[in-house]
Design a protein around this ligand. Structure first.
Ligand code: NDP
Ligand code: MG
Length: 390
């Protein structure tokens, strides 16, 4: 039996992971499940999967979790220290599917124990890619990509030498507003931004898809994970979301990865790697689909993409600044404090401030320094948001 833990078990990726594990209960021993505010879901799944421990990120929810787990034999815990403790529990495979930079510290802890980490939490690679990869190397741990594009590239590289790769192309659906007149974007509402044309995902990544901040994070994720240069990474708008990524080699060949828009493919690939096993995802009928469309992204519509390349050029801890400013701007959009199009403006202003004070981002990349930079960038983003609306 393989020992597995799922961080962010109550979210969209977490629930898809549980779906796969439930289909073969005899193959897995569930160690820890973690969640946030959704105590009922967390407790129900922890009991059904006979987890050792269930952890909520929020300390004040411990009494609720304890009550929900009463008599089940599942341990209850809460708070940041408990999340870290759960990540340190021996496991063969951990799914990192907390949303945002909050996933970084538990992911680091899992790697320090040599555990294989299936990484949906792209934010941790954007914030601290070098640190995660170094930690994995030192402790002999493996990081497996779960983001659909990165899983697709990873699969395209099996048996290949990375030095033969000329370019990596990740696709983007274009999000909720891909066909809107550009002048209407400033008036996009939260409800409109929260509905994705092809994928069923958590609210934050869905809004990030509409703004392409998600693709911006993924461009940086590609650089960190595969170690290619920024000029080797391209984004292609592909409204059908069936080709997830393409790898271009030095002989002109391009290997494309196709599959249904169902995260259980990438999750399952990471779960069964290095083997392939049967997965309950739709099989594509290309004759019925008929055609696939591609176009270059419009940088005026998606300024976040341009910012990603600036972040990579600057280096240091600029990725942590970018992600934190983006998370804060997203909070401010969700709370109705700024408009949809102001998110990119806020993030750009924060990047400019940090670029002007380079000492802030050129320190050694440690968890403490990344956390410090993250807090500072959030503060500055909140301030920039206030200045814009004030
Ligand atoms: P969701 O919002 O659906 O779920 C997020 C999970 O994290 C929930 O379990 C939530 O708990 C928990 N959580 C939220 N805040 C905190 C916190 N501060 N500390 C600890 N736990 C917290 O997100 P998704 O499942 O959509 O995304 C998860 C990650 O996977 C993200 O990094 C995203 O970018 C990435 N990803 C997602 C894809 C998708 O298809 N959804 C595709 C590719 C990548 P609760 O809900 O109980 O409050
Ligand atoms: Mg993706």
């Amino acid at each position: 039996m393989r020992k597995v833990s799922i961080f962010g078990a109550t979210g969209s990726i977490g629930q898809n992971t549980i779906d796969l594990i439930r289909r073969a209960p005899e193959a897995y021993k569930v160690v820890a499940l973690t969640g946030g505010a959704n105590i009922a879901r967390l407790a129900e799944d922890a009991i059904a999967l006979r987890a050792e421990i269930a952890v909520t990120a929020y300390e004040d929810r411990l009494p609720d979790l304890r009550a929900a787990l009463e008599g089940s034999g599942v341990e209850a815990a809460a708070g940041q220290a408990a999340l870290i403790e759960a990540a340190a529990r021996p496991a063969d495979w951990i799914m990192s599917a907390i949303v945002g930079a909050a996933g970084l510290a538990p992911g680091m802890e899992a790697l320090k124990h040599g555990t294989t980490l299936a990484l949906a939490n792209k934010e941790s690679l954007v914030c601290a890619g070098k640190l995660l990869l170094e930690t994995a190397e030192i402790h002999g741990a493996r990081l497996l990509p779960v983001d659909s594009e990165h899983s697709a590239v990873f699969q395209g590289l099996v048996g290949e030498d990375i030095s033969a790769v000329e370019r990596i192309i990740i696709t983007a659906s274009g999000g909720a507003f891909r066909d809107w007149p550009i002048e209407d974007l400033a008036n996009a509402t939260l409800a409109q931004a929260s509905s994705h044309p092809n994928w069923d995902m958590g609210q934050r990544i869905t809004i990030d898809s509409a703004s392409m901040f998600n693709k911006a994070l993924e461009v940086i994720e590609t650089r960190e994970y595969f170690g290619v240069r920024p000029d080797q990474i391209e984004v292609l708008v592909h409204p059908e979301s069936l080709v997830h990524a393409l790898v271009g080699f030095n002989d002109g060949a391009i290997m494309a990865h196709l599959g249904a828009a169902d995260m259980r493919h990438a999750i399952g690939y990471a779960l069964h790697w290095p083997e392939r096993q049967h997965l309950p995802v739709e099989r594509l009928d290309l004759a019925r689909i008929g055609q696939l469309n591609f176009r270059a992204p419009d940088l005026a519509r998606y300024p976040a993409l341009r910012l990603a390349y600036e972040v990579m050029e600057r280096g240091g801890m600029m990725g942590a600044v970018f992600n934190a400013a983006k998370e804060q701007a997203l909070d401010d959009f969700i709370a109705g404090r700024i408009r949809f199009t102001e998110m990119a403006a806020v993030v750009e202003r924060v990047l400019e401030r940090f670029a002007a004070e380079s000492s802030l981002i050129d320190d050694a990349m440690t968890l403490d320094n990344v956390t410090r930079v993250d807090h500072l960038a959030r503060k500055q983003a909140a301030q920039a948001a206030e200045e814009r609306v004030g």
